[in-house]
Unconditional design. Structure first.
Length: 195
């Protein structure tokens, strides 16, 4: 979805496939804060600083180029260890943010008008049990509780409505939009086992 709304990716792909996506954006400040926290943790882990205050002082004296070089010198697994689980057991990373260059200021609003989006055939879908894994990791409600199935069923339906159906309807209304195909993986669905 990000590639479809990005002017920088025009002409770079001829079709799109979106699995379990959501048309959401974050804020630049959230991303900057998370990046700063990761770098400070890396400074401490690598022995460049002994505490967060010292790490912040080092970071404040780094140029953007030095930050870039430092992050590129780190192993992906070490960066990932600096991230922590958040809502529904997912890693707390920000959504894409409108920067006016890669992602336009009005971001996903362009899906309504079709102006500025990369119009290619799209296959978009989700899983019937989209939220089961996330709710399981959140431990609320417990997977043994009867509310678990109810919670995951409705939250999965909401995910599909927002992340699949709404997007497919918007794009399908555009006069020059190539075909939009919608799918849903049903493997392991309890309703399927009953029939």
């Amino acid at each position: 979805l990000s590639l479809m709304i990005s002017p920088q990716s025009e002409g770079l792909f001829s079709a799109a496939l979106c699995q379990s996506g959501l048309p959401k954006t974050g804020r630049i400040k959230e991303s900057e804060k998370l990046t700063e926290n990761i770098i400070k943790k890396l400074f401490i882990k690598n022995g460049d600083a002994t505490n967060e205050l010292e790490a912040e002082n080092i970071l404040n004296h780094f140029t953007n180029e030095e930050i870039r070089k430092y992050l590129y010198s780190q192993k992906a697994k070490d960066i990932m260890k600096c991230l922590s689980p958040h809502l529904l057991g997912m890693i707390n990373i920000p959504f894409i943010f409108p920067d006016g260059n890669v992602i336009p200021e009005n971001a996903y609003e362009n899906l309504n008008s079709g102006i500025g989006i990369n119009k290619v055939p799209l296959m978009i879908g989700s899983n019937t049990n989209e939220m089961k894994l996330f709710v399981y990791f959140s431990k609320e409600p417990n997977w043994k509780d009867s509310m678990f199935d109810i919670t995951t069923m409705y939250s999965s339906d909401i995910w599909k409505a927002e992340g699949v159906d709404k997007i497919a309807r918007k794009l399908s209304k555009l006069p020059d939009q190539p075909p939009v195909y919608v799918y849903q993986f049903n493997y392991g669905n309890k309703q399927d086992k009953k029939s």
